[in-house]
Design a protein around this ligand. Structure first.
Ligand code: NAD
Length: 309
């Protein structure tokens, strides 16, 4: 089937594109290459270098007539969203609405919107958080992701366009850039492989739910086979603090880098972990890659890449 993927040159989107192509689908990528990379583009996918903020993206999607529209393009830097909330909203809200308009006009059969299982919930009241947990985002990025879900809900109600909103936990893996929500893995990997000291913010007891990109790809494949059911958490349900993450990465890299503690980041979420029972029930999806193994694969990728540079 024909699938249009926005953000298909990015870290996660490019892995999703590769899997869709490998499964025999016809894939069209829309990406402005702002953070995505040309080298990530799958040569078997058709590519449009377009900004989703550009109103012409509506006609582009309409004319491509994809059966599925998968929306990975986003401004995904939480700190940038705080510094420039207008830019964040232009990409993550206006850009998203334009893509949904395109999907509607194309008579797409379903939309897979990528939301956030960290920033959209905000400081959690229950651990792990199920999809029914209150959403109290404390960054413009979290607000724009939640708004995206509500727009997708509107398109379903008004135009019977079914959707998934995949609420990703902190995704890590090969091709990750050090700028992202889970950028800490990429930052640590680079420093450890160079033997430089790494800095842990504050006491390092802040926790996240780290999910390997290969597992996230499997969730995107599963969305093609199952009935769309709105918001679905895609994580592991396992809470890991930064101290433990650093320890596991030192083991994975065999590095002797020194671990230092710097000042705590103001406003940083303290604990984040999501319940993935719904994904198991509705998508038949479960994470399969344990953190130590995923980190080993990620560090290996960074090592190979450093060797080529
Ligand atoms: N990395 C994570 O841990 C994580 C967690 C939760 C949600 N997400 C979401 O997953 C998606 C992919 O994130 P990623 O980590 O792969 O980041 P990324 O920056 O590598 O990917 C985003 C892609 O979107 C493209 N893009 C950005 N603005 C665009 C625009 N205006 N028009 C067209 N293309 C544009 C970029 O060039 C890039 O290829 C995003 O929606 C992000 O919010 C990521």
């Amino acid at each position: 089937m024909k699938i249009l993927v926005t953000g298909g040159a990015g870290f996660i989107g490019s892995h999703v594109v590769d899997a869709y192509v490998a499964a025999g689908h016809e894939v069209v990528v829309v990406d402005d290459l702002s953070t995505g990379k040309r080298e990530n583009l799958n040569p078997k996918a058709k590519f449009h270098q377009v900004d989703v903020q550009d109103p012409r993206v509506i006609e582009l999607i309409r004319d491509e007539r994809p059966a599925v529209v998968n929306l990975h393009a986003a401004q995904m830097d939480v700190r940038r969203s705080v510094a420039d909330p207008v830019f964040d909203a232009r990409t993550n809200i206006i850009g998203l609405i334009q893509c949904l308009e395109g999907a509607r006009k194309a008579n797409a059969r379903r939309v897979i919107f990528v939301s956030s299982g960290g920033a959209a919930y905000g400081e959690q009241e229950a651990f792990p958080a199920p999809e029914t947990h209150p959403t109290n985002p404390v960054s413009p990025y979290g607000v724009s992701k939640r708004a995206g879900e509500l727009y997708a809900f509107f398109y379903r109600a008004e135009y019977q366009l079914p959707f998934f909103a995949l609420r990703y936990a902190n995704v890590y893996g090969p091709r990750q850039d050090p700028h992202g929500e889970a950028g800490v893995v990429a930052i640590f990997a680079g420093k450890m492989l160079r033997g430089e000291p790494i800095t842990v913010n504050g006491d390092g007891k802040q926790t996240r739910d780290y999910v390997f990109v290969g597992d996230v790809v499997q969730a995107n494949l599963a969305t093609l086979e199952h009935e769309p059911c709105g918001a679905v958490n895609v994580g592991t349900g396992v809470e890991t603090d930064v101290n433990r993450l650093a320890e596991l990465m030192l083991q994975a890299s065999g590095s002797a880098s020194q671990v230092k503690h710097g000042p705590a980041k103001q406003g940083e979420q303290r604990r984040s972990v999501i319940d993935c029972t719904k994904a198991a029930e509705r998508l038949g999806w479960r994470p399969t890659v344990p953190l130590a193994e995923g980190l080993r694969r990620t560090v290996d990728w960074f090592r190979t890449r450093a060797g080529k540079a």
